[in-house]
Design a protein around this ligand. Sequence first.
Ligand code: IPM
Ligand code: MG
Length: 356
Amino acid sequence: MAVKIILLPGDGIGPEIVGPAVEVLDAVAPGELEFEQHVFGGACIDAHGTPLTDETLDACRGSDAILLAAVGGPKWDTTDPGRPRPEQGLLALRRGLGLFANLRPVRPVPALYDASPLKRELIERTDLVVVRELTGGIYFGAKTRTHDEASDTCVYTRAEIERIARVAFGAARSRVTSVDKANVLETSRLWREVVHELHGAEFPNVELEHLLVDNAAMRLIAAPRHFDVILTENMFGDILSDEAAMLTGSIGMLPSASLAGGGSAGEPRGVGEPPTPGVFEPVHGSAPDIAGTGAANPLAMLLSAAMMLRHGLAMEAQAAAIESAVDRALAEGLRTPDLGGGASTAEATQAVLQHL
Ligand code: IPM
Ligand code: MG
C-alpha cells in the first residue's frame, strides 16, 4: 500500500515550492508515495471561510505524513479578532494532531558560510537543534480583547513540560540548554524546576544548563557552536529559531518537523493504532513579496521533505539522499536570490535533482 502524504501548499510562494518537493520525493521514492492536496490557510479562507476545514483535518489524521509549505499574506492580515486568519489554521492543525514537539535543526552548509551575515569563524561547525514546545504556552492560553484592553494567558502544565523535555534530552548528543525567563515568569519557574527534576531522574548523563531567553538570544549570535539542543517554550522557540536561521545564511534554508513524540515516526496513538502523522514544513513564511516571481528558494521545503522521510516515514536513506544532493548543489554554486545569487526556483530544483 502506498504511503499517503497530504500536501498543504497554503499561500504566497507555498504552491511554488510544494511542486519541487513532490518532484524530488518522486525521484527518491518512485511509486512509493501517494499525494493528496488540500487548500489551507488564506486560500482556504477564500474557498471555505475558514483556514482549516474539518475535512482536511480528518484527511491529515488519516494520512502517514503532512507536507506543508506556508500560510498568510497581506490579503488576510487583520487586527479584527472576529475575522479568520490563515495562521489559525496552522495552530489548529498542530493542536488538532497533538504535535507538541517541533524540531528545527540548524546546520550551516560549508558552501554557505560566506552567505551568512555573521563571520565564517563564528558559524563554522555549528550544529544545533531547537526543540520548541508547540501546542502550549501563550499561543494557546485564553485571550481577551475589549476596545481598550487585551490579554494573552501563558499556561504550562508539568506534564507538557516533561514530555517536551524528554524529547530534548533524547535528541541531545552532549548538552541541553533549557531557555526560559525564570527571573520574571511563573511558567518559566515551573519549566526550570520540571526540566531540572527530569534531568536528575532520567538523563543524568546529558549536561544540562539553564539560560534566560535574552541571554540565549545574545549567545546564539556570539557563540553558536556552544549549543547542541536548545529546549524552549512555544514563543521563545518561535523567536530564537528565526534568529538561528540566519546562521545558515537565509531563512530559506531551514526545515522543521512537528511530531507527537520524539520517536522516529511519532508516538503510537494507542494499542494497535498507527502513529500520529507529523507535519513537515519550512521555518520561513509565505513571502508574499516574491510570490509568483519564480524566485523562491525551495531548499527549506526540500529539506523538510527529507525530514518527513526520516522522522515521519522511517526512510532514512532517501532522506540522506535529498540532503546530500542539496549540499552538493550548493557546493557547485547554486544560489537563489535570498543567498545572493540569481537561480530561480525551477533552476534550484533541477540542480538538486541532478545530484540525486
Ligand atoms: C512558525 C511561524 C508560526 C508560529 C506562525 C505562522 C503562526 O512563525 O512556524 O515559526 O508562530 O509558530
Ligand atoms: Mg516563526
